[in-house]
Design a protein. Structure first.
Lengths: 459, 459
């Protein structure tokens, strides 16, 4: 097995070059939401990959192109790792709240500031740079490396599934590695095994075709606000339990391994409460993590009816609307849940119409915690960071990860490298340079660990 | 008994002078909502009353002044009628939707257009003009007449109750007559015996001190939209029944007389539906009228939580608010209902706060349908209009009428004189001139009928 130590030394002495590449990549806007500079950014990224010894190509989709790269190992039996990332970025607005322009990356206080530094240009580059370091030092990489960099993740990756389905052979691998998001606020590394899915729903209740005077018509004109309230109250109970028949049918049972992993996670009722604007979290640790990681949540994100401006208007509203996002967990199925919910709503009150926002939404996905790659990766992360990582069974939010098991048939593991205060999607997005460099070291170590495990027959 | 016939002839030949007075009064803006021209209007009105032989005075309140007038009968045993009206008007905006300026009254197609023509300057003047006609023809009036013209009805008459309580002797009377609102759309006259009250409530549910990401925190952060929905769903059932304990305790039972009056009212499911923007009313006639006239209604007029702009935001809202107006019926009491509702809400979820908008709101009031003045007035209206009036047990909306029985101890009867399409509170407010003149005739006939009934000992 090749020795990772000289690779780490190589990384240490090339920090300046890595930073220069990252700055070049961040300087190029790549805002998929308004098709601004995305193709130009793909070209810069592909050129950087080529310069680092990775064969790169820009592959079309129905939307923004995918940047694909490959750096095979000389070992014919090598493990194959597919690294996923995205080179598009969120719009930078509001511009006036940036301390320096979003696309003029600048280092201040040990951080690189700029849109896309942490989300996700800095993180996707770590894998390429780690591969390049291995190649430079040893003339080979310990695992076959493939890279798929998405150009429209910030727009919901609408073409990713189709692209993957059409390129199964090209993308064939043993595991997908994703570095996106942030480490634990304590600075501890994290390993993320999945994410919840999301289904966007709008419920609309219709009363009369106009607002009516609540005095003159109160009691005889239908009030859609009341219709909506009664439908919603019979859809989710006060504890958050969804009352739709069969809603939980496909939810996986919590395993003993899941429980052990949760038991090892940190929990502080006050500081966890503070992150969401509460004096403290009032539920116990096990329930807290179980709810975010392993249970669906039926959220109302918007509710509107009648007059809500200054003063008041004594009207019976003509319409009422609830905007909902349902956070689903593996193995809940989009079509199944939509159908069950539609039937439930219709049976309660046919005057309430249900509309699904987006097609399919993001699917839930979760690599089982007892997958043999997890301890291998956890060990590598601990060696690279000198600190045991926490295992996150699933992030509460939604990512386009389901495509890997569902379409490609392989598991995925996330190792977020960004600092907890990276301000992704916000002004003054930044990446702590030490996190960036540590990410390159970590990827290099993960490559070695996967190769060793393959040699030993454990993977 | 004095003969009303020459009085009607007198009215017929003085139409031009009545119209000139009304035009003068409408030309003076009197917008209580922004204290624009109200005092000036009070002065014009008092001068007009003096010119018509009524002793008028402008009496201060903590808000806009009351214009009081008196024209006693020479008969020491005469019935005393107190006529209530208001000389303030709604703001005229939006100005661009008026075909002629709101304070430049003009006659078109047999209607006088201008803010306040029907609501309520034209209607309050009818009583003064009828009294003046009696005086001019016979040198006397058949009943003692008192006039109280409110300067802030359009602002909720906040000082009326205090004013009445301080001036009980001045205002002492046997009955209050109010001409406000419109006749039946068919053109049939109406007699209105009351109105519902209104209580304005805001419910606010508080979650965290900020919006949270529904993926990252969905299931562990509290969602105030759900709190509010569950509280509301347990406060009013889908049929509209209020679930607050004791809410209906003081509601009067429906009497046989009430039922007979409802039975005589017109009902057309399609055209009644059309007035509120529905294909048809689906409930039976008796239920329709009972609900508007004799039952309370718990209305939601505004509902807001989270993000309701274009697109969507996957947040857990930090706040949710419902704006409510409860339409109450006689003898429901404001303080009692507020206290019961507050206890009910608090028991359901102490995180939902209840705020009462305004102090006291408008109280419900209803003169019993078997009051002996009703057939007397109905007979007078039928003689004046050559058409039997419909009896409206109570308007669904709210008016400051409760002060008469509650503070002065006397009943009230409404005879609206305006055309159904008067556009009150809207652009192009107007009063059909024939309605205006018919109103003067009707008041004159009502005065005579009350005097006759007093002579016969029935009143």
């Amino acid at each position: 097995m090749l020795d990772p130590k000289p690779v780490h030394r190589h990384i240490d002495v090339h920090e300046e070059a890595y930073l220069a590449d990252l700055i070049d990549l961040v300087r190029q806007p790549s805002i998929s939401a308004r098709d601004e500079g995305v193709t130009e950014c793909a070209e810069i990224l592909a050129r950087q990959m080529e310069n680092m010894g990775v064969k790169a190509s820009i592959l079309p989709t129905d939307g923004q192109p995918v940047v694909f790269g490959a750096l095979p190992s000389k070992d014919p039996d090598a493990f194959t790792l597919l690294c996923y990332g995205h080179y598009d970025v969120q719009p930078p607005e509001p511009l006036e709240r940036w301390d320096s322009p979003p696309f003029e990356p600048v280092v201040r206080d040990g951080r690189l500031f700029g849109r896309g530094t942490g989300d996700n240009k800095g993180q996707l580059l770590t894998h390429v740079m780690a591969a390049s370091a291995w190649k430079a030092v040893h003339g080979d990489v310990p695992v076959n490396l493939k890279f798929i960099f998405d150009g429209e993740e910030e727009s919901g990756s609408p073409n990713l599934e189709t692209f993957v389905a059409k390129n199964r052979d090209l993308l064939a691998a043993d595991l997908v590695l994703i570095s996106d998001g942030t480490m634990h606020p304590s600075g501890a590394p994290l390993i993320s095994l999945g994410n919840r899915g999301v289904i966007g729903i709008t419920l609309k209740a219709q009363g009369a075709d106009r607002d009516n005077h609540s005095g003159n018509k109160g009691g005889v004109a239908p009030n859609p606000a009341w219709m909506l309230i009664h439908v919603l109250a019979h859809t989710v109970d006060p504890s958050g339990k969804v009352l739709v028949e069969g809603f939980y049918d496909d939810v996986r049972a919590v395993t003993e391994t899941d429980r052990e992993i949760i038991e090892r996670l940190p929990f502080d009722a006050e500081s966890f409460g503070a992150t969401m604007g509460l004096p403290r979290v009032t539920m116990p640790k096990e329930e807290y993590y179980r709810r975010i990681m392993l249970e669906p949540y039926f959220n109302i994100n918007g509710l509107i009816s009648g007059y809500t401006g200054p003063g008041s208007k004594t009207i019976i509203p003509s319409e009422a609307e609830a905007r909902i996002d349902i956070r689903t967990v593996v193995d809940q199925r989009f079509d199944d849940l939509v159908e069950k919910l539609r039937a439930h709503i219709h049976a309660l009150d046919p005057r309430v119409e249900m509309h699904v926002r987006g097609i399919g939404g993001m699917r839930p996905s979760r690599t089982p915690a007892d997958h043999p790659a997890i301890p291998v990766i956890a060990g590598a992360v601990e060696r690279a960071r000198d600190r045991e990582p926490f295992i996150n069974l699933s992030s509460g939010g939604s990512l386009p990860n389901a495509v890997w098991p569902n379409t490609l048939g392989i598991p995925h593991v996330g190792i977020p490298y960004a600092n907890a205060d990276e301000n992704n999607h916000s002004p003054n997005e930044n990446l702590v340079l030490d996190c960036f460099y540590a990410g390159i070291h970590t990827s290099a170590e993960v490559f070695a660990a996967l190769a060793t495990a393959r040699d030993r027959g454990t993977l």
